[in-house]
Design a protein around this ligand. Structure first.
Ligand code: PLP
Length: 394
């Protein structure tokens, strides 16, 4: 029994450096960053320095960066806040069909309020169809949102082009960079987006903290009203230790970005190559290597359920994620895979492996062996597999 963690797209372990930086802010420098005494000044200094550090990495001004409780809040704020603020101009919103639940649920809520949400098409690898996007923009479109990189299949989207299209039609452009920030080089000004979400726990920082970049000059409504925090845009006592840990994790991720990218991609490529060569009836979801997140390998295995593979791997000490939402109580297959055109059966048989900087090649090789055995055993028990008899590889 081993303990192998291949679920870095879900979350990452907090790195030692960030943890050590955070510690004094729990017990010694515990002041409220809004207090006017010395304790508060010390806390706000740490928050300001953290904001400066992250702003520098993504090339924005510190006053364009707002700390939040994470990616979900940032997504909600950008989408709902912009839709509401721009409602007089129009009530038509466009997002991709492969967005995170934070966006999709907000879309549903906005529809109930009277907004119309349309979805840009994606191709079989998950890339947005820019021509289709152009064809669905209307005069009353105010918001176009698309993630920078997909959390299930790892596709890196052409956000710069999407932003250009949005601006040519007078809409604002938002990107969810929760999976991309700290992994890819991001310059928000070059990207041209008006808003961008980030989250700390995907990059070896603490959970429960993130940020939203909002371009200066763009006014969006607040969704969390309260005190004067975050320049009166987002109420709530600042999570000082979290913000400090986030900034330190981001600094390290940026410093080691190229090295980590190369190393993690090499693990992913070895895994993908071996699985495709050694496991029959398997499909790699998302792009092969180009424009794919370095950590991500998502496969569909014919004739078996993703959950069955997940539990078999879990028993062998390997942590992965299933593509479907079964674990969250729904039996629906992954909306991402369905949007890519996978038939339901294949979408049900999906597993996401997401590698990290602490993983080793030995772990990858061990996982391939365990996976091969698990898939063979599950197929032997699968009536679908037996019924198909002589079939061709997908
Ligand atoms: N957006 C994407 C693309 C994600 O992958 C996630 C988390 O899995 C989120 C948003 C939500 O981020 P958080 O966990 O910080 O709320």
């Amino acid at each position: 029994m081993r303990d192998i963690y291949f679920d870095h797209a879900a979350t990452t372990p907090l790195c030692e450096e960030a943890f050590n930086k955070m510690k004094p802010y729990f017990t010694q420098i515990f002041g409220n960053a809004n207090s006017q005494h010395a304790f508060g000044r010390e806390a706000v200094k740490a928050v300001d320095e953290s904001r400066d550090a992250i702003a520098k990495i993504i090339n924005c001004k510190p006053n364009e960066l707002y700390f939040t409780s994470g990616g979900t809040e940032s997504d909600n704020w950008a989408f709902r806040g912009a839709a509401h603020a721009l409602a007089e101009k129009g009530k038509h919103l466009i997002i991709s069909p492969i967005e995170h639940a934070a966006m999709l649920s907000t879309a549903k809520a906005l529809e109930k309020e009277g907004f119309t949400v349309d979805f840009m098409k994606v191709d079989g690898e998950g890339f947005v169809d820019l021509e289709h996007l152009k064809s669905i923009i209307r005069e009353d479109t105010t918001f176009i949102g698309c993630m920078l990189a997909n959390n299930e299949v790892g596709t890196i989207e052409p956000i710069k082009e999407i932003a250009e299209i949005a601006h040519a039609h007078g809409a604002v452009c938002f990107t969810d960079a929760v999976q991309a920030a700290g992994v890819l080089k991001i310059d928000v000004k070059d990207l041209g987006v008006d808003m961008m979400s980030m989250s700390s726990h995907k990059i070896y920082g603490p959970k429960g903290v993130g940020a939203l970049y909002i371009r200066n000059g763009l006014l969006i409504d607040s969704i969390i009203t309260g005190g004067h925090q975050e320049r009166m845009k987002r109420g709530g006592t600042t999570n000082v230790a979290g913000v400090v840990g986030f900034a330190e994790a981001f600094r390290l991720a940026d410093r080691d970005r190229e090295k980590n990218f190369e190393y993690v991609s090499s693990l992913r490529d070895r895994f993908i190559d071996r699985v495709l060569a050694e496991v029959p009836f398997v499909k790699l979801n998302g792009p092969r290597k180009e424009n794919r997140l370095p950590a991500n390998a998502d496969f569909s295995f014919r004739f078996i359920e993703g959950e069955s593979i997940l539990f078999s791997l879990d028993l062998a000490g390997i942590a992965v994620s299933s593509g479907s939402a079964c674990s969250s109580g729904s039996l629906e297959p992954s909306h991402v895979l369905l949007a890519l055109g996978l038939p339901e059966g294949l979408a049900h048989g999906s597993i996401r492996f997401s590698f990290g900087k602490h993983n080793t090649q030995e772990e990858v090789d061990y996982a391939v062996e365990v996976l091969k055995q698990a898939v063979t055993r599950l197929r032997e028990m699968s009536p679908l597999f037996k019924a198909e008899g002589e079939i061709k590889n997908v």
